[in-house]
Design a protein around this ligand. Structure first.
Ligand code: FAD
Length: 546
């Protein structure tokens, strides 16, 4: 639904007068062309995932006016990005780069500092610069979505050879998702680990290429990420040290067949034993992909019906017995945990791995292997199957409809793949959800030696009370987790300071190093101030943290 918001004037960056802002905009129009600069002086409209706004967080957890841009600029080339950065330094206007701005659950397209100028790279910089069927690599610009890359591979007749790893929703940018260290669900699910080579515009306007890209005339940029000397790519992910204008990505060879499977487990307390079983299988690559272990409440919610279809009260948690009764009516049947996995390779290779998984999982009493062959075409299982075989999808959006004006925000801690850790994180999140009266949607995404617990809080963004409860619940979970030694892998704009503060070993030594880097690379503090808790000198200690 499109919800017009209250709004009168552009949200000016703090410390910039209306006259100075107008002069800066006039300068920017001259530099880039008036048609590539938009001042945000209209009512904000929220849209939906595929038609999302680039001016604000359409799933806002705070006041509507908090994470809002003053203007949006559309560079068409790396040189244009350099021009915008130099302009920002001259006028001391904060800028915030997005690739496509579909970072929903983590802030969408919004800048951390109200009134920043959003640099929307994706609208005009959308070239696929290379797809190599020899090296299984590609080179893309920020506006290339997972859908676009997948389609280009099909269009070039390479679909039988090359797979793209995709997140649950395929509309995002390959670069945007990867620099925020997003995840997908084939064996190439750790996107940052599978990227190779960056081109970056620094906050003062110089351009660098990392790894082999620094060697003129090289043909190895996408094949060997490190080059020579310090490996600098890391400082350009989850940071505000540069604007990525090109990125290389490795592509997965078609493994010669795949087969998705679904197991269910009945009891909540099966979690710890199941995770213990999963770990050795995952590390040995018998369980090959970033699979998902999902909770029954989300299994019901992803069917797309609002919770009001099952339970009339607007407040409080939907009772467990009701959720289980609804799950029992679905093709998957009643369960507490559902494990969606995929195995790869020719049939005889798959059979060996599937037998090993089956024997291991059946050690848990009540474990069921679900016969998915007769599942209807729009059953969620098939969406997992598509995603695990590199085909972009949108089915996952359906649980956002759980409440009216459904928005979501995630609690995303990481831990080793251990039963004890899974149980501890599950217990703390469940307790806080119950306290705040919020339905509980936990899912474990199991990487190679760690797992991301993704707990999505779905809330009605028009309700101040629901937003406050969601935020309070999140803040409590972040603190509880940190007290037990767990940290988030990624977070929403509103929680970046808090999460960064939990990484405090040795008197905050890591953040102190980030601040040294920030001040050296961005002396005027114009690039995405506050992103991931990193504030430039001009902002530090002046009350910006939240
Ligand atoms: P953007 O919004 O463009 O970028 C993300 C952030 O990275 C930006 O805010 C910016 O700070 C920074 N950035 C972007 N581009 C650049 C650049 N060129 N230079 C410097 N900094 C930059 N995410 C997952 O990872 N996996 C999932 O499975 C997943 N499932 C989801 C399911 C649902 C229902 C929803 C609603 C969201 C899900 N997401 C998931 C979150 C999100 O939709 C994706 O991560 C999405 O790819 C991020 O949006 P984007 O690609 O448009 O990135």
């Amino acid at each position: 639904t499109a919800i017009p918001r209250r709004r009168a004037v552009p949200a000016l960056p703090q410390g910039v007068t209306a006259e100075a802002f107008e002069a800066a905009m006039a300068d920017l129009r001259t530099l880039l062309g008036a048609e590539h600069v938009e001042v945000v002086d209209q009512a904000l409209r929220d849209g939906w995932y595929m038609e999302h706004p680039n001016t604000h967080d359409m799933m806002t957890i705070l006041d509507d006016e908090e994470f809002v841009a003053s203007a949006v600029v559309y560079p068409g080339s790396t040189e244009d990005v350099q021009t915008v950065v130099r302009w920002a330094n001259r006028h001391l206007v904060p800028i915030f780069p997005i690739s496509m701005g579909r970072n929903l659950g983590y802030g969408g397209a919004a800048p951390r500092v109200r009134g920043s100028v959003v640099v929307d790279l994706g609208r005009r910089m959308r070239q696929i610069l290379d797809i190599s069927a020899e090296d299984f690599t590609c080179l893309v610009e920020p506006g290339v979505s997972f859908y676009a890359l997948h389609e280009a591979i099909q269009a070039r007749g390479l679909g039988d050879a090359l797979w793209v790893d995709v997140p649950d929703l395929g509309g995002g940018s390959v670069i945007g998702n990867t620099v925020d260290r997003g995840v997908g669900y084939t064996p190439y699910g750790d996107h940052w680990a599978t990227h190779a080579g960056l081109e970056v515009v620094l906050p003062t306007g110089e351009v660098v290429r990392t790894g082999m890209g620094a060697l003129p005339g090289n043909n190895t940029w996408q094949a060997f990420p490190y080059g020579f000397g310090p490996f600098s790519d890391g400082i350009f992910s989850q940071s505000n040290f540069g604007i990525v204008t090109k990125m290389g990505m490795t592509l997965m060879p078609n493994p010669g067949g795949h087969e998705s499977f679904l197991y269910t487990f009945q009891r909540e307390e099966d979690l710890a034993q199941l995770i213990e079983i999963i770990r050795p299988l995952r590390i040995r690559n018998i369980l090959e992909n970033v699979a998902q272990l999902r909770h029954v409440t989300q299994s019901v919610a992803v069917r797309g019906q609002p919770r009001s279809a099952y339970y009339a009260p607007v407040d409080g948690v939907v009772p467990d017995d009701l959720v289980h009764a609804e799950a029992a009516k679905t093709p998957t049947g009643d369960h507490t945990w559902a494990y969606y996995g995929t195995t790869y390779g020719p049939a005889e290779v798959r059979a060996l791995k599937l037998a090993a998984v089956d024997a291991a999982f059946r050690r848990i009493p009540g474990c069921r292997k679900i016969d998915t062959a007769a599942f209807p075409a729009d059953e969620y299982f098939w969406s997992r199957d598509r995603i695990a075989s590199g085909t972009p999808d949108l089915h996952e959006l359906r649980w956002c409809q759980w409440v009216p004006n459904g928005s979501h925000i995630a609690f995303s801690p990481v831990s080793p793949i251990r039963g004890h850790d899974a149980a501890a994180l599950y217990a703390l999140a469940k307790r806080r959800h119950a306290e705040h009266g919020i339905d509980f949607f936990p899912a474990f995404c199991v990487g190679l030696r760690e797992m991301h617990l993704i707990v999505e809080i779905v809330f009605d963004r028009t309700s101040a009370a629901k937003k406050a409860a969601a935020l309070a619940c999140l803040r409590d979970m972040v603190d509880d987790a940190a007290a037990l030694g767990y940290g988030e892998y990624r977070t929403h704009l509103a929680l970046m300071d808090q999460v960064a503060g939990t990484y405090s070993w040795n008197d905050g030594a890591l953040m102190k190093m980030h601040e040294v880097l920030k001040d050296a690379l961005d002396p005027n503090g114009i690039l995405a101030p506050g992103r991931c808790g990193i504030w430039p000198r001009r902002y530090r200690g002046r009350g910006w943290e939240m």
